[in-house]
Write a protein that binds this ligand. Structure first.
Ligand SMILES: Nc1ncnc2c1ncn2[C@@H]1O[C@H](COP(=O)(O)OP(=O)(O)OP(=O)(O)O)[C@@H](O)[C@H]1O
Ligand SMILES: [Mg+2]
Length: 257
């Protein structure tokens, strides 16, 4: 394969961090595979494939990666059956750390469970189990809070329970938790979110960033309603239009206010 100059540069660069960002299907994986092949078959300074750590986000990407490295090695072996190092790398590849980040972390933990005081029989929960555990925990926690009946909590419960479902605060807590978990620094984000409410007057609240955004949003919505009402008024004032101009004018003045 004839690599482009940029691809070749990525393949050959060593001893520094490289960030490769390129369009879908433009050859990122191919270049990464080639880098790995070059490293493990280097004549002077070869690295064994099981000494590398290659992590991906999905299982599919990890197995694609492993497969493509294996194919490249097999092709080299075909072209040169006496290439001993290639045979060695092919025998090592099933033990190589080419996996998802999650499974790599699980492996590190499993290999070191004795150092972190963890039951070696631990396993990774699936998404459904995690959701059930989270709901259970929130439920238990809310029960405790309801029993303690702390004033601040009771006020919160009263304001945020919609009445239809008793667990709506629980849902709200979990939703916020999930949203916060998606932020770069979840705890920092939560603290910032709280600080927004930490105002002493109505004026101060109106000056806050989120309130400005909220007011802007409401202003746009109102303008939308006003323009719809104006259109409706024009229609109702036309010759055979519905006779509701009076009502519409009333609505218009109240919305303008
Ligand atoms: N310089 C090149 N010349 C010819 N073919 C190339 C070149 N670079 C990559 N390809 C081919 O393009 C195809 C897509 O490459 P690859 O799968 O590596 O892309 P990718 O950027 O990883 O894609 P994705 O974003 O889907 O993961 C492969 O068949 C690869 O062999
Ligand atoms: Mg790819």
């Amino acid at each position: 394969m004839k690599w482009t100059d940029k691809q070749q540069k990525v393949i050959d660069t060593r001893d520094r961090n490289i960030l490769v960002s390129a369009a879908a299907g433009s050859g990122k994986t191919a270049v990464l595979v080639e880098r790995i092949i070059k490293m493990i078959t280097d004549e002077e300074n070869p690295t064994d494939v099981n000494q590398l750590l290659v992590v991906t986000f999905t299982r599919a990407a990890a197995s694609e990666m492993k497969e493509r490295i294996r194919e490249a090695l097999e092709k080299m072996e075909e072209d040169n059956p006496n290439y001993l190092n290639v045979q060695k790398q092919l025998s090592l590849i099933h033990n190589a750390n080419i996996s998802t980040i999650d499974s790599f972390c699980a492996r590190v933990v499993k290999d070191n469970f004795d150092k972190i005081d963890l039951d070696p029989n631990f396993r990774i929960a699936d998404e459904n189990e995690i959701e059930m555990l989270q709901s259970d925990i929130v439920e238990e926690m809310l029960e405790e809070y309801y029993l303690a009946a702390d004033d601040e909590f009771m006020e919160l419960a009263e304001k945020y329970s919609t009445g239809k479902t008793s667990d709506s605060i629980g849902e709200l807590i979990l939703r916020m938790y999930k949203f916060a978990s998606g932020q770069i620094e979840p705890e920092k984000w939560i603290k910032e979110a709280i600080s927004v409410y930490d105002v002493s007057s109505k004026e101060e609240m109106e000056q806050s960033k989120w309130m400005q955004g909220y007011l802007e949003l409401q202003k746009n919505r109102l303008e939308g309603i006003l323009s719809q009402l104006n259109i409706a008024l024009t229609i109702s004032e036309s010759e055979d239009g519905p006779k509701c101009a009076k009502l519409l004018r009333l609505l218009l003045t109240s919305y303008r206010r």
